[in-house]
Design a protein around this ligand. Structure first.
Ligand code: KG4
Ligand code: ZN
Length: 354
């Protein structure tokens, strides 16, 4: 396996001598995914094996069980991705330009499965290996099927992170602000659990919010300076609200309309907080392009509020739903554009951003 052979781009590769096919693996949490992407933007194959069914009964992801499931699924998703590529464009494993895998942040035992599988493929086919930063990969989901080019402002909202990022070029980014406690996805999942919704709560809460009244309850916005966020106070406020309604009605079980109204009020507070700070950052940097990324970018109200910025003259990008939550196509795109990649076979997995 060659250490540094693959040319990493940090600008738009306008004059590619030949097409570049990157196969990537993603296994940072509870999805085992494999994808092949041509020239950073065209998805040739995209396979995702979800572990939701397994973790549902525990109400959250159990890292040890997740790692074992990745081991069982990894060869299956690789075979399927190669099968799709062969059927579609007769692409063979030896035609792959480079192999990539998420190196972190994520669950270490889970990351190791994808990373070692991709390194093994690189070794077998004598191709370069590229380690991927999962957060940057989420942002790169916006390059798929679009002509988006930096600079732009990004709102990254996932299960573990909430950040406003100034993306100056493919490789150059500055985090302007982030959550000081819970990530948005984490807040969604915790609030969903306390109103009795099954894991993963975020999408379910979003669904109920759409039929509830967003002004039924006044919930507090986290008051933090600059571009930082805080969502733990909001989560506690929902807990207090639920307890007081239960006391008032003298029952543990809340009426379904009440649950819908709590969901809608929570969603309204979260989405308006996020968009307020995003707008502030856009004004300050004078950018005309804005993207959202991460699992929570699938949220109906956040998408609606961010897309409403188009009426103010901004060009808004959001990944297709299947590229919002964890997938490997975004990792392959990230490897192509060299968005803070590790072009080194010795890169090891990491649980947090150093
Ligand atoms: O990006 P992702 O797939 O994994 C991480 O890297 O964390 O994000 C998963 C998170 C979970 O917290 C999930 O509940 C949340 O995204 N999520 C949503 C929606 N779809 C996924 N949260 C709110 N509304 C949604 N529609
Ligand atoms: Zn993710």
């Amino acid at each position: 396996m060659k250490n540094v052979k693959y040319k990493l781009y940090s600008n738009e590769p306008t004059e590619l001598k030949e097409d570049c096919y990157i196969m990537a693996l993603e296994s940072s949490c509870d999805e085992t995914a494999c994808a092949i992407v041509k020239n950073g933007r065209e998805v040739i194959s995209n396979v995702v094996a979800s572990q939701i069914k397994t973790h549902e009964k525990f109400g959250g992801v159990i890292p040890e069980i997740a790692a074992r499931e990745h081991l069982e699924a990894v060869n299956v998703v690789i075979d399927e991705a190669f099968k799709q590529a062969k059927e579609k464009i007769n692409l063979q494993p030896q035609d792959i330009t480079a192999f990539a895998a998420t190196a972190g942040p994520g669950l270490v035992g889970c990351l190791l499965v994808g990373l070692n599988a991709a390194k093994t493929l690189a070794l077998t086919y004598d191709k370069p290996f590229i380690g991927i930063n999962h957060l940057n990969a989420h942002i790169c989901a916006n390059y798929i099927d679009t002509e988006l080019k930096p600079p732009f402002m990004a709102l990254l909202v996932s299960g573990g992170h909430t950040q406003i990022i100034d993306v100056k070029s493919y490789a150059e980014q500055t985090i302007l602000g982030e959550t000081i406690d819970d990530a948005v996805g984490e807040a969604y999942d915790k609030v969903a659990r306390l109103i009795g919704l099954p894991y993963p709560g975020g999408p379910k809460l979003d669904k109920l919010a759409q039929i509830g009244n967003p002004s039924a309850y006044k919930l507090p916005e986290g008051k933090v300076d600059g571009y930082n966020f805080s969502f733990s106070g909001l989560k506690t406020a929902v807990l207090r609200l639920v307890k007081s309604i239960q006391k008032q009605l003298n029952t543990e079980t809340l009426p379904s309309e009440t649950i819908n109204d709590i969901c809608a009020s929570f969603q309204e507070t979260v989405s308006s907080t996020l968009v307020k700070k995003l707008k502030k950052a856009l004004h300050e940097r004078n950018y005309t392009q804005v993207v959202i990324a991460g699992g929570v970018a699938a949220n109906s109200e956040i998408r609606k509020k961010v897309f409403a910025l188009e009426a103010e003259g901004y060009k808004v990008y959001a990944p297709a739903m299947k590229y919002c939550t964890d997938n490997a196509a975004m990792a392959a795109s990230c490897a192509f554009f060299n968005t803070n990649c590790y072009n080194d076979v010795n890169i090891e997995v990491f649980s947090r951003v150093k």
